[in-house]
Design a protein around this ligand. Structure first.
Ligand SMILES: *Cc1c(COP(=O)(O)O)cnc(C)c1O
Length: 387
């Protein structure tokens, strides 16, 4: 072989099967080959194991899919380039013109907007309620044949809690599928319910370091296989290197989530007694309107705490005064974060719909990082004192 040829066909080092690496390698390869045309055809028809093209499947992303499915107590998963890609691909694959979706004002903004604005262009209709409106949910299902219910629990940012078994029970009774965006609760919670599909932004707790985007949809094999055949045509695949970073983050998932939950509980308890705080929203507090339900549904109450200040106009200043909480979107990072009132808007909703979200003019969302809780409490104390 000449130099140029050797350069594109370098030797490969493959450890023996009894000598595996402790950390799985990153298969940063778009293509995989078989030994012959016949074997390639068998591979493409699914008659043998193997990989062909990384938009369809890749060993690194496949490994992440299997890990996520196991964490959520289901058979299969598909990972995508972001949480929003997981949502939009799933909705696009499940729905067609004439279908009706039940969604909620408290949904993550882009999810709500995709259903209400983008899917509308394809002839998909929707109803929008509060996720706590149990009677309303039943009324929609009895009155309108519904293909899909899209919901979250706890909701972002006001941490309302959905009655999951009630919603899945009604969905079964009326023949609707359920899609639960379980990002805030995490991959280890809510598995006991008869939810058809779980959705996660892996950007948050799974990756845990705020350095990579990713999303996943998780469910039983038959439904996930059906989605996969559609997703291949949409092309929103997660890259192998991003999958590796998320797998690396997952190794500390339970430790981070637990620590951030403990911090959240202490922060919520501190804020709940502070004279400048009107209300604290955290499902772990006994004064939360659905604390008993949250306690029955969840092992842990999450890492996000929202609050309303008595002086509704002081929220943005409060955020500016904080030193350790960065003014930034997202959650599940090593750094603690705050979303101030000025960034909490819901411009796609009418005033009546916006009221259902529970967001008040002075509402702020805190997301716990991995700092020492004493430092975070001191930071909150000094910022509140300055108002
Ligand atoms: C962040 C988030 C998403 C979107 O995830 P990305 O990875 O940012 O695209 C979806 N749902 C919820 C509840 C989220 O918090």
């Amino acid at each position: 072989m000449k130099e140029k040829t050797r350069n594109v066909h370098p030797p490969q080092v493959r450890p023996a099967d009894d000598n595996p690496p402790l950390v799985a390698p990153i298969y940063q390869s778009v293509k995989f080959e078989y030994a012959s045309v016949a074997e390639t055809q068998r591979g493409l028809k699914g008659e043998r194991d193997g990989f062909y093209y990384s938009r369809i499947a890749n060993p690194t992303t496949r490994q992440l899919e299997q890990q996520l499915a196991a964490m959520q107590g289901r058979q299969a998963a598909i990972v995508l380039a972001s949480g929003v890609a997981a949502i939009t691909n799933t909705l696009f694959a499940l729905l067609q013109a004439g279908d009706h979706v039940l969604c909620f004002a408290e949904l993550y903004g882009p999810t709500r907007q995709f259903i209400r604005r983008s899917l509308k262009r394809y002839g998909v209709t929707h109803s929008i309620l509060s996720v706590e409106d149990d009677a309303g949910i039943e009324k929609v299902l009895t009155g309108t044949p519904t293909k899909l219910i899209v919901f979250e629990s706890p909701t972002n940012p006001m941490l309302k809690v959905a009655d999951i078994s009630r919603i899945t029970g009604l969905a079964r009774q009326y023949g609707a599928l359920t899609l639960l965006d379980n990002t805030l609760a995490g991959l280890h919670q809510h598995s006991q319910f008869e939810v058809d599909l779980y959705l996660h932004s892996l950007t948050k707790y799974a990756s845990g370091h705020g350095d990579v985007l990713g999303g996943a949809v998780i469910g039983d094999r038959a439904l996930i296989d059906r989605l996969r055949s559609e997703f291949v045509l949409l092309g929103g695949t997660l890259d192998a290197h991003a999958a590796y970073l998320i797998q690396r983050g997952l190794k500390t998932y339970y430790h981070r989530y637990e620590s951030q939950c403990q911090t959240a509980m202490q922060v919520a308890q501190y804020l709940a007694t502070h004279p400048k705080v009107e209300r604290v929203h955290y499902p772990g507090l006994v004064q939360h309107s659905r604390h008993a339900l949250a306690k029955a549904q969840m092992q842990q109450f999450g890492t996000v705490v929202s609050l309303d200040l008595i002086d509704a106009l002081a929220g943005n200043r409060f955020a500016d005064e904080l030193k350790l909480f960065s003014i930034a979107a997202s959650m599940g990072s090593p750094e603690s974060l705050i979303v101030p009132p000025a960034l909490m808007g819901t411009p796609d909703l009418t005033a009546d719909q916006a009221r259902l979200t529970g967001i008040a003019p002075g509402s702020l969302r805190l997301s716990m990082g991995l700092e020492d809780v004493d430092d975070l409490l001191a930071d909150l104390a000094q910022a509140l004192a300055s108002l």
